[in-house]
Each structure stands twice: as structure tokens, then as C-alpha cells.
Design a protein around this ligand. Structure first.
Ligand SMILES: [Zn+2]
Length: 117
């Protein structure tokens, strides 16, 4: 196996952005002594991602609307942003019924339940 490339703060590298849902250039924000990226920000949406041992562990939203994780017990309104375990970042496009919402993730709309309490 060849050596892994070592990165330095300020480097740019392509990686998957979970918000853009695309491979995007990311600016390296923090690295370990060995040059392993621990934090990098998407240059397109400014979302910063943190990594532990090369695995993405969390995503912090950039300058966009704040989005909290999808919670079926919560009541959503049109225009609210959320993050979903599988689908990533989404925004409510319509409230269909008292317990159903349409949410757009990337370019796909999914129907989710809400307000279950
Ligand atoms: Zn992005």
C-alpha cells in the first residue's frame, strides 16, 4: 500500500459534501500531526465537516439556515430546514396533511410524517 497523502491547513481536496450531495473541493481547516484531515469545509456551501480517523463524524452547517435533525414528533412548517440520517439536508416544501409533509432533499422530494405526539 502506498503512503497516504499528508495534508496541511489551507490545502484543498475533493470529498463528498453531505449538504451539496456532490464531490466538492473542500478547504482543509485542521489536520493532525500526521497530516490527517480532522476538519474541512465545503468551498461551495461552507459546511464544515469533522473527521475522526478519516471518517466523517459530524456536519456543522455553514451560512445557510439552521437545520436540526428530523424528528417525527416535531411539528414542521413550510420552509423549515432539517437534516435527515439518510437523505441529508432538506427543506419542507409543503404540509400535505396534519401529519404529513413533503421535504426536498437535494433534487428529490420525500414524504415524511411529522407531529406524531
Ligand atoms: Zn457543500
Amino acid at each position: 500500500m502506498s503512503k497516504k497523502p499528508a495534508f496541511a491547513v489551507g490545502d484543498s481536496t475533493e470529498m463528498l459534501c453531505s449538504v451539496c450531495d456532490l464531490e466538492q473541493p473542500h478547504k482543509v481547516l485542521t489536520v493532525t500531526k500526521l497530516g490527517v484531515i480532522t476538519k474541512a469545509a465545503c468551498e461551495t456551501c461552507e459546511t464544515a465537516s469533522t473527521f475522526t480517523r478519516g471518517v466523517k463524524t459530524s456536519v456543522a452547517m455553514g451560512s445557510g439556515k439552521s437545520a436540526s435533525p428530523y424528528d417525527r414528533n416535531r411539528k414542521y412548517r413550510k420552509g423549515q430546514a432539517m437534516t435527515h440520517d439518510k437523505f441529508g439536508r432538506g427543506e419542507v416544501t409543503a404540509v400535505i396533511e396534519p401529519h404529513k409533509i413533503d421535504v426536498i432533499f437535494g433534487d428529490r422530494v420525500r414524504r415524511l410524517i411529522h407531529s406524531q405526539e
